[in-house]
Write a new protein. Structure first.
Length: 215
């Protein structure tokens, strides 16, 4: 194995850093919160295991695509898989994929933190969260997790994380629907008016703003 791998302390450290960072923005409290956070943490473990531990994806693809892409070797540089597949010759850390990755990961964490502030203020005053990101979508924190994971996939795609991503999309959708039933039971007509104008995950192009909070 390349000296770039087998670095298990880095797997643990990087997973812990990003998990703690996400937890500090997401503030999981309920069982649904912890399920969502657990799925994200599992994604991080799978990601950093291949980034620093054992490059399973590179081993598989180097045998399958080795003749067409001879640069696919079990080295850390080859882990930036999209760059190898398009023939990027420069430093992989300054490729278009990497810059797009930075933007998505940073934007996702920003959205996660911003959404939590509005959700916390609404919960503190016992009202429905409809301001900030909640004026555009009903579940901005789940959207934030998707954006962050997509950013990591642009930077360092692996077979496990590519398989996990759509599964986590479905899991978060189910968790969102479960949360919505509880919120509707509490806020009734206010929630129904909110959902009539505010999509669950993808903002409308028109930028429709949800109605003001009501009890």
């Amino acid at each position: 194995m390349s000296s770039d791998y087998g670095l298990w302390p880095l797997v643990i450290i990087n997973t812990a850093i990003f998990a703690i960072f996400a937890a500090s923005f997401f503030h999981p409290k309920t069982s649904v919160d912890w399920k969502a956070f657990g799925g994200f943490t599992a994604f991080l473990i799978a990601l950093f295991t291949e980034m620093y531990g054992a490059p399973l994806t590179l081993y598989l693809l180097s045998g399958w695509l080795g003749n067409r892409f001879p640069q696919l070797t079990p080295s850390h540089a080859s882990g930036h898989l999209w760059n190898d597949l398009i023939g990027w010759q420069g430093d992989p850390h300054v490729s278009p994929f990497h810059f797009a990755s930075y933007a998505l990961i940073g934007g996702g964490f920003w959205l996660l933190a911003t959404a939590w502030r509005h959700l916390y203020e609404a919960a503190r005053t016992d009202r429905l969260a409809t301001s900030g990101p909640y004026a555009r979508v009903r579940h901005p924190q789940y959207v934030a997790f998707w954006i962050i994971m997509l950013g990591f996939l642009l930077q360092w795609p692996t077979i496990p994380t590519l398989l996990m991503f759509p599964v986590l999309l479905l899991i978060y959708r189910r968790l969102a629907l479960s949360e919505e039933r509880a919120v509707e039971a509490k806020f009734g007509q206010a929630w129904q008016r909110y959902t009539a104008t505010t999509p669950a995950f993808v903002p409308r192009r028109s930028g429709t703003v949800a109605p003001g909070p009501s009890h």
